[in-house]
Design a protein around this ligand. Sequence first.
Ligand code: HEC
Length: 198
Amino acid sequence: MKRLTRILAIAPLVSLPAMLSVPAATAADAPDQTVRQLPEYTADGDLMLPKNFERWIFVGSPLTPNALNGGKANFPEFHNVYIEPGSYDIYQKTGKFPEGTMFLKELQLTLPAQNPDGSRTEPSGRGYFPGKFNGADVTVKDSKRYAATDGWGYYNFNHFEPKAKTAKVRPKDECAYCHMASAKKDDVWTQFYPRLDK
Ligand code: HEC
């Protein structure tokens, strides 16, 4: 109510068409994120779980179900991968992941199996369908801070729910080595994310 009063109070100062006109959105007007969400650390130097990551840019969802991995996949869930939107915009312009880029991979279990291969039959067909969330991994680009792991910091925020609020950096032989060996671009698996594969 208060807000409405304020709007009405300024109304005479602004012409009505100006107040109502909403600029038409075109492809060229794609939002240019000027405000970036940068990594936040605790006083001890642990990474804080990035806020509102579910609103980031979704880039891909690899799936390695148990049934295709001898009954016991390391990650039997969907791996839903997001990139921080400000970093995404810079990457689209420069083709490089800027300092402070964050990726978050949220693990999401498949719904319980109906068929021996772990799949289900749903109205859209037979396959794997997303169920409960199951923890997250985060990577952060900072060439100085993470010089020992090729410029990226690796963090695990639990492989179950709820996700941890903070996490400690992981050593090279736990995470970075594998990304360094086989990820396509700057230790990121862009080969699985068409929006980043350039
Ligand atoms: C044996 C190889 C391997 C190891 C070890 C590994 N990863 Fe990955 N990681 C992958 C692959 C492959 C992908 C591509 C998406 C997928 O399949 O999940 C990936 C994707 C990611 C992503 C999404 C962004 C990107 O780079 O594509 C994050 C974040 C991530 N991993 C974090 C971690 C963390 C944290 C650890 C250690 C706790 C870790 N990874 C260990 C293979 C590995």
